[in-house]
Design a protein around this ligand. Structure first.
Ligand SMILES: [Zn+2]
Length: 289
């Protein structure tokens, strides 16, 4: 049995699954990051123990926001976790839980979890469309983290070099057009309302987000051509209202021969992708290859 934990800025989601990702129990609690890392980590461990009950846990995976060191031993700084600096999450949780703990970036965990919910493919990419835009790449079943460990930041791909400033401080990132925050700002109303609205500002905001996502996905296709690209996160709940214009934009930007071999779909796992992916990744890291 595996324990997975998804540490978000607002909520901590956790659950128990087996080695195939079948969910046996899950729950969530508020993060309350302002109470400090020690308190939050203690409550994370309590939640894990409560969910495990009498089941024997082989490994724990934890997904956390923000860039990580290559060795995955600490969170340097996380913008959504106020006051968290240089926190050794795996070491603390290992002490509290008494099991091996593997830490990974939250969007990478979601990519691992979501990729296992689909038929096996060689190349897989995930976009998490929320307050920001996260990303993850899985190649031949392995998470692709690149030379520094921070690859797969699909939200910070430049889609317009002269575009608006992104939360990361750079200009023209996909996130600056296609996050729920960007859509809401351009539409003048919450993103989920913008997708349903017929007013011109909302329609323009949605079209702009779809244009940016379509361009980003087309770039991935030209670089490494994933078989499957999945849209997840709060904004994926817009369903066809996001999926259809993104697909149309990709069609305009790739070659016909490429178009025949690309699937763009909506998340199957929703909120469960992050913690199940963390759990499955922990199992992978603790099994001899
Ligand atoms: Zn950025």
């Amino acid at each position: 049995m595996l324990l997975g934990i998804d540490l978000g800025g607002t909520n901590i989601k956790a659950g128990i699954c087996d080695a195939r990702g079948r969910v046996l129990a899950s729950d969530s609690i508020p993060t309350e990051a302002h109470r400090g890392p020690a308190d939050t980590l203690r409550r994370m461990a309590e939640l894990g123990r409560r969910l495990a009950g009498r089941r024997r846990i082989g490994a724990c995976g934890v997904g956390v926001p923000g860039p990580l060191d290559l060795a995955r031993t600490r969170i340097y700084v996380a913008p959504n976790l106020e006051g968290w600096k240089d926190v050794r999450v795996p070491a603390v949780l290992r002490r509290l839980l008494g099991v091996p703990v593997v830490m990974e970036n939250d969007a990478n965990c979601a990519a691992v979890g979501e990729s296992r919910a689909w038929p096996p493919c060689d190349g897989f990419a995930l976009y998490t469309l929320g307050t920001g835009v996260g990303g993850g790449i899985v190649l031949n079943g392995e998470l692709w983290v690149g030379a520094s460990g921070a690859a797969g930041e699909l939200g910070h791909m430049t889609v317009d070099p002269h575009g608006p400033r992104c939360g990361c401080g750079r200009c023209g990132c996909l996130e600056a057009f296609a996050s729920a925050t960007a859509v809401a700002r351009a539409a003048g109303r919450p993103a989920h309302e913008a997708f349903r609205s017929r007013d011109p500002k909302s329609r323009a905001a949605v079209a702009r987000a779809a244009w940016a996502l379509g361009a980003g996905i087309a770039n991935l296709i030209h670089v490494f051509h994933p078989d499957l690209v999945v849209l997840a996160g709060g904004m994926a709940r817009a369903g066809r209202a996001i999926l259809d214009p993104v697909r149309a934009e990709v069609r305009r930007r790739v070659f016909a021969v490429q178009l025949a071999k690309i699937r763009i779909e909506l998340s199957r796992l929703g909120d469960d992708a992050g913690w199940t992916g963390a759990a499955l990744w922990a199992a992978r890291k603790h099994r001899p290859h």
